[in-house]
Design a protein around this ligand. Structure first.
Ligand code: SPV
Ligand code: MN
Length: 640
């Protein structure tokens, strides 16, 4: 009885599994897999080989020849094509498979478990049945790659091992650039590995090697088994298991274990006397996250995801990734010199959904070079003016077109990227697209104030593509709503508890790069963010005073004037300062109402403290408004 139980739970090998693996893998691949002494892993691999039924299986042991094999096979299978610059390739996703499919990404929940109305979920049994039906023979005619990775630096308390099964060479290749190799780690850990599991199939492919059965596109997340299934899709956000798919079980693990999985960059801000202070920053897509982490003169640890732990009373952060899957639209030689260089030098780069020219060069919207008159991209042959079936104009490249590279290709990669202890976090930043309310940079009064006002209350406008035009405001707690695997209220509690256990929590800031005047023109230059960062760095070391407003601490004019001069060699006028940093009372009050409404009606487990802190902020705004009018010029307010 006991043995049967152990067998089912994957603690002992069973003959059927071993027999199947031997028969299907062939000697060489079987030996690579069996070298990892983990029956649960063997059963998992065997189960999906049997169900998905690939023609061929390749187990990658991360040796250079194995990595090379996957690259070659990907090109041979037509999933990527070589470009003119050595090491560069291009991949296309289907025309209707260009972004994360939120509607078909669902958590599979057992009876009695609820995540609340903002999180897409379905019955676990039903979902497992549906996805397993979709998976039957789905890999016929394809090669299955079995790959091992490690989220976070190796030999680190942050590290999470993960196994990926995929029949897409593009996915297996992308992961090679984006993640730390984990085969040796699996061998070392053997039966003690607590690993995440990902099964992906691009499904049947059309003549252009893109997923054909988009109607059966599914991303199903089984938290109980820490397994994510992704079917009939290729776009990286749906398929690269270790990226947004792994974030979901990682958030659940973190919530149980007292750490945080965040949608944040990590960067080193360089202060005086060689001092480097690390900041993490959460921004919704297209709100300046990567461009902040890439600021010239600073160094980057990560551009998308961060794991945060309390180590001896202070926050340490690691990047679970070591590469970038970045938006290419708008990348130009002036604003993004490091990315530009990496995209124009030999080295491994995968471009996706850009325009490829006859000379096998690439082009994208916002590249500062003359636009080609024809080319090939995700809609096939392209010339300007081309329209799709719905009569929509097709742009030169997709707005979500991407580049994928290992961060070691970047000159500004931070030397601490692989430190097993992570980096010490000196400050946390929240950013959103806000045309009329928040000041360009502000510091919260304390951890609780920051968590509730800046992160739980993070609001961003959705029409990201239209400069200056007011968009639809959406509340996006911690900019992590799309990936939350626990109820929102509980997630906020996790942040509050995390801060309560720190000796001296780092300051929490907000930035807003999108404040606009009445005509819809941005009040700040793109480059001004460099100054805000230096100000935050000084604040985190208590080296500079600030002005206390009803919503937080803001910079003094004289400090910004000096920093603008030092950082950008720019004169910063007091007039600009007053315009940008005046507290907009009515707009702030309206925002509080929207946040309150969201937490009252759309979240079922909002902690009471959220309403209390919002109410305190409301009272402060009303009182200050009565005293100083609206807007409140910073010149009327006192130093902290
Ligand atoms: C994002 O959209 O937040 C991304 C890209 O980082 S994706 O991999 O699609 O999530
Ligand atoms: Mn992201």
């Amino acid at each position: 009885m006991k043995r049967k139980e152990e067998k089912r739970s994957g603690k002992v090998e069973d003959e059927r599994t071993i027999g199947l693996l031997k028969a299907r893998l062939g000697e060489e691949n079987y030996q690579k897999l069996i070298k990892i002494d983990n029956p649960e892993l063997h059963q998992f691999v065997a189960k999906y080989i049997e169900l998905c039924n690939p023609d061929k299986i390749f187990v990658c042991s991360d040796l250079p020849e194995d990595i090379l094999y996957i690259r070659r096979e990907t090109i041979r299978a037509g999933e990527e094509e070589e470009l003119a610059i050595g090491g560069h390739t291009v991949h296309f996703d289907g025309y209707y498979d260009q972004a994360r499919d939120k509607a078909n990404s669902k958590f599979l929940l057992p009876p009695g478990v609820e995540l609340g109305p903002n999180i897409n979920a379905m019955d676990r049994e039903e979902g497992l049945k549906e996805i397993h039906t979709i998976m039957e023979d789905i890999m016929q005619g394809h090669q299955l790659y079995v790959r091992f990775f490690c989220l976070g630096p190796l030999n680190s308390q942050f590290a999470i091992p993960a196994v990926q099964l995929t029949d897409s060479g593009y996915v297996a290749h992308s992961e090679d650039l984006l993640y730390r190799q984990g085969y040796d780690e699996f061998v070392r850990l053997g039966r003690s590995a607590r690993f995440l599991k990902f099964v992906h199939s691009a499904g049947e492919l059309d003549a252009r090697k893109t997923s054909k059965n988009i109607d059966k596109r599914r991303v199903y997340i089984d938290l109980e088994d820490e397994t994510v299934y992704s079917m009939n899709t290729q776009y990286g956000g749906n398929t690269i298991g270790l990226k947004k798919l792994a974030m979901r079980p990682a958030i659940t693990r973190a919530s149980k274990e007292g750490w945080l999985t965040e949608h944040m960059f990590i960067m080193g801000v360089h202060g005086h006397s060689g001092r480097v202070t690390y900041f993490t920053g959460a921004f919704p897509s297209l709100c300046g996250k990567t461009s902040t982490a890439m600021l010239p003169g600073e160094t980057i640890v990560g551009d998308d995801i961060a794991y945060l732990r309390n180590i001896d009373g202070v926050i340490h952060a690691v990047n679970p990734e070591n590469g970038i899957f970045g938006i290419i639209q708008g990348v130009n030689s002036v604003d993004d010199p490091q990315i530009w260089d990496a995209l124009h030098s030999p080295g491994e780069v995968i471009f996706s959904n850009v325009l490829v020219t006859e000379e096998k060069g690439v082009h994208w919207i916002g590249k500062d070079e003359e636009e080609p008159e024809r080319g090939f991209h995700h809609s096939g042959e392209w010339t300007p003016g081309k329209r799709d079936e719905d009569d929509n104009l097709i742009s030169l490249s997709h707005p979500n077109a991407r580049f994928t590279l290992d961060m070691r290709l970047l000159e500004n990669v931070d030397p601490e990227l692989n430190n097993p202890a992570g980096v010490l976090v000196g400050g946390i930043i929240y950013g959103g697209r806000d045309s009329d309310t928040k000041v360009p940079v502000e510091e919260s009064f304390d951890w609780v104030h920051g968590v509730i006002i800046q992160s739980a209350g993070l609001e961003s406008e959705t029409t990201a593509a239209t400069l200056g035009k007011e968009g639809v405001r959406k509340i996006n707690p911690m900019s992590n709503l799309d990936f939350l695997s626990i109820p929102i209220g509980r997630y906020i509690e996790c942040h509050l508890d995390f801060g309560a256990k720190l000796n001296n929590p780092p300051p929490i800031f907000s930035v807003n790069y999108f404040l606009s005047d009445a005509e819809g023109n941005f009040m700040n230059d793109k480059t001004d963010k460099a100054v805000w960062l230096k100000w935050m760095e000084l604040r985190s070391h208590h080296e500079i005073e600030a002005i206390k407003t009803p919503t937080g601490f803001i910079p003094r004019y004289e400090d910004l004037k000096r920093l603008f001069q030092e950082v950008l060699k720019k004169d910063y006028s007091e007039e600009d300062y007053i315009k940008q940093f005046s507290v907009r009372v009515a707009e702030n009050l309206a925002k509080i109402e929207r946040v309150k409404e969201f937490y009252k009606t759309k979240v079922y487990d909002t902690p009471q403290i959220v309403f209390e802190v919002l109410e305190e902020q409301r009272q402060r705004l009303i009182q200050a408004g009565e005293k100083y009018g609206d807007p409140i010029s910073p010149s009327k307010l006192k130093l902290s």
